[in-house]
Design a protein around this ligand. Sequence first.
Ligand code: SF4
Length: 193
Amino acid sequence: MLKLMLPSLPEGRPPKVLLHACCAPCSSAIVECLLAHELHPTVYFCNPNIFPLSEYELRKQELIRFLEMQSVPFVEDDYDHERWSHCMFGLEEEPERGRRCSLCFEYRLRQAAAYAAEHGFTLLTTTLASSRWKNLEQINQAGLKAVSSYPSVTFWPQNWRKGGLQERRNELLKLNAFYNQQYCGCEYSMRSR
Ligand code: SF4
């Protein structure tokens, strides 16, 4: 089983985990692992990058279907694709793993960090770190920046690809017949896959 590397928390505060999640396939093994370690996460769906809206709804519903089976709470942020696009202005032609993706991670994790601070969560981590398509360092940098305005929240840079979680992800994907998207999320990523 994956050895969890929990960051130490200030003033001995208990770990209360907010898991930013992008989709059911990437979340399933992580949620299962957190539950097995008696860390009962709340899942935060903040993904205004996903385009079009029908794709957003499909990914969201698949995640809800899985979380209901696990009795894990689900929270949805606003789907404001226009605001997200405005923030990405000028970076449309960037390749995946480039500057647009750094900003996109930061955007979503900032929203999650604000929610975590407002609702008493002490740890923030993300399922983005489970994808082999993404740069882990880039995600961790974005996570650290996102929590920098919220001293009560610590970013948890766990590598969610290790300890058999990648294999378990693939098993759960088949077992639950999850919808498995073929592009990262935004309209710019549609053309590159
Ligand atoms: S490719 Fe993915 S991570 Fe990069 S900007 Fe688009 S949705 Fe965000």
